[in-house]
Design a protein around this ligand. Sequence first.
Ligand code: PLP
Length: 454
Amino acid sequence: SSETLSSTTDVKNLVHPYTNLGDHLNKGPMIIDRGEGIYIYDNHGKRYLEGMSGLWCTSLGFSEERLVNAAIAQFKKLPYYHLFNSRSNTPAIELSAKLLEIAPKNLSKILYANSGSEANDAAVKLVWFYHNAIGKPEKKKIISRLRGYHGVTVASGSLTGLPANHLHFDLPIDRILHTDCPSYYHGAESGESEEAFTQRLINNLEQLILKEGPETVGAFIAEPVMGAGGVIVPPEGYFEGVQKVLKKYDILFIVDEVICGFGRTGMMFGCDTFNLQPDIMSVAKALSSSYLPISATMISQAIYDKIAEQSDEVGVFAHGVTYSGHPICAAVALETIKIYQEDNIVAHVQEVAPHFQKRLHALASHPLVGESRGIGLIGAIELTQDKASKKPFDSSVKIEKRVQENVAKHGVLVRGIRNAIALCPPLIITIEQIDELFDSLEKGLDEVLEDIEK
Ligand code: PLP
C-alpha cells in the first residue's frame, strides 16, 4: 500500500531529530496526515488530541484559516525579500511594531531569524559584539543552567544544559558555563526548605561569577519556565535573587521566551509572569503558531546603540540570514499576534488554566507520580518508583515511553522526557478538552501501573 511505501521510504531516507534511530529503523514513523483545531490525524485516520502543541509551539491549533489566508495573500504579493543592505518589506516592519507593542518595555529593537536556536545564537553574538563595543572584550562568558534548553547550534547547543546535546558533539564550547537547575524536587538537599534551596542556588550563581571573575562574565540566559528540561517552574524569589546578582556584577540578562512567549504561562510573556527585566529576549515557536518558521532576538536600546556605533566603524552589522524577516513568515506572525490580541488569548488561558492545573495537581496522588508541576497551560508529572525516596525508574523500564504510548492509544499525545511526562496543549483548548486530555492520561498511567505490578 502507499502507507507501507511511505513508511519504507522514510526509514530508507531520513535522519530523524531526537529519535532513537535503531528503534525507528524497526518500527518506522508515525505519519501525521492532517490537523483540525487541537487535533491531528495520522495516516490511518486515527485522531489525537495534541497535548504538546507539536513541539510546544502550535498555540492556535492546526487549522487557523486566518494564518493560511495571510500566507496566501503575501505569497501572491511578494513571496520573498530580505532585510540586508537597508532593504525591507512591509510585513517585517509591521510585525516589528506589533512585537514591540506587547514586549517588555526596555526592549526596542528586533533581529529576525528562522528558529529558536538561531535567535539564541544571535543573542550570544550580540553579547560578544556589545562587550567588544564598550571596551570590555574579556567580558564574554555566558552562564546558562543545567537542564536549560536553548537549541542545537554550536553556541545555543552549548547553552543547552542537557547531557545528550553535549555528548559526542564536544560541547559546550569554552566561555559557556552552567549553574544549577532551579528544581526543588530534584535538587533540594535532605530537610532543606524551598526558601533555603532557592537562596543556595542564588549564592552558587554568585560564587560561580566570583570564581570566574565578574569582569569575564557577560550574560546569563534562562527560560522563565524550563521546557525540554522537564517543565521546571522556578521557586518563589528565585528570579528576584538572580536578577539582583546580575545587576550587582553588570551582567546582561537574556530571557529565552521560545516556549513561554505569547500567553503560555498565563501572561503575554514569562517575563510578565515572573517580573523579569531582560536586556535581550528571544522568541520563536508561538510567534507564528509555528505555521511558518520565524524567530526574533529583541534587544534594549542601550545594546543597539553600541552595536550601531561599532558597525559604523567596521562598515556593517555583519550578522543575519537569507530569511531574516521573510515576508510570508512575518505576515503569518503578524496575523498570529493579531489573533492573540483580538481573541484575548491571555484572558482565555487565565480562564482555563486553573482547571488544567487542578487536573494536573490531582495526579500527584497517583502511585506512579512523584510530583506534578506547572503554570498556565504548561505542566509535567514526574514519574517515580518510590514517592518517599523520589527514586526514578531504572532507564531499562522506559517508563516515560510506556506512559506516552499508552496515553496515545487513548487518543492523546503527550511527551515523555527523562522520567517525566510533559503537557503543553494549544492555548485554544477548552475545559472539556482539558478533561479529555487528563482522562486519557489517567487511563494510560493506570495501565502502566497495572502492567508494572504484574
Ligand atoms: N529555546 C527553547 C526554550 C526551546 O524550547 C527551543 C526548542 O524547543 C529552542 C530554544 C530552540 O528552538 P528551535 O528548535 O526552533 O531551534
